[in-house]
Write a protein that binds this ligand. Sequence first.
Ligand code: DGT
Length: 230
Amino acid sequence: LSKMAFAMTNRQYYLYPKKPFTILVEGNIGSGKSLFLNHFKRYPSMKVFDEPIHAWRDCGGHNLLDLMYKDPEKWGFSLQSYIQLTMLEQHVKPIKEPIKFMERSIFSARHCFVEKLMKDGMLTQESAAVLDEWYKWIINNVDIPVDLVVYMRTSPEIVMQRIKERNRQEEKNITYDFIKDLHEIHDTWLCDTKTDTKKLPLVILDGNVDKNNMEQEFRKYDSYIMDCIS
Ligand code: DGT
């Protein structure tokens, strides 16, 4: 890919022979991932996949996200199982644009959220083993290209503030301890040399920047990403 990709027309995208350059945006709940992704929606050469949260809220008419927050021990397995499927769908979805952005991934679902449920004793070993067998089969048998991981690293205090402000119904009972733990799990995952994602190129963004200045902060990454893909 080259900087020329930014200037390509729709017809040229269809003719573009290579796999898209794929960027995963990761980070804690409320860390600012969506704001970052929104910034790139303006470029016609980029396809941005928002997280399929609408699907998690309506799986055959059931709000699995809400059920999981209300009773993680009972619904954690169902939600993770469905999240794994919806993430896989996004990973393999063909696009015509040369650059693909995804909010979260099958990797963070496994390494952060399944990990957290296990740590809290909310998944039986049997359920965790089933999720793990699916996960291992998928990553060993399905081509899931990743070229760059963007880690939106935001302090748990600021994250808590943002969660309170946006007031998502399902997230009402999220505690500071939960967020702090998830923050540490993200840190461990992205810095740990033992996980299966260790070789992925990583850029860490300061998510603590005030909302009003974020746009300016993100603009710096236009050229960074262009350099990565050229
Ligand atoms: P942002 O833009 O950084 O504010 O991101 P959010 O908070 O809109 O998006 P995200 O992915 O951090 O979380 C959306 C909701 O879905 C949140 O309540 C956490 C939940 N969630 C996301 N992925 C998973 C998962 O794999 N397992 C579980 N249990 N929950 C998840």
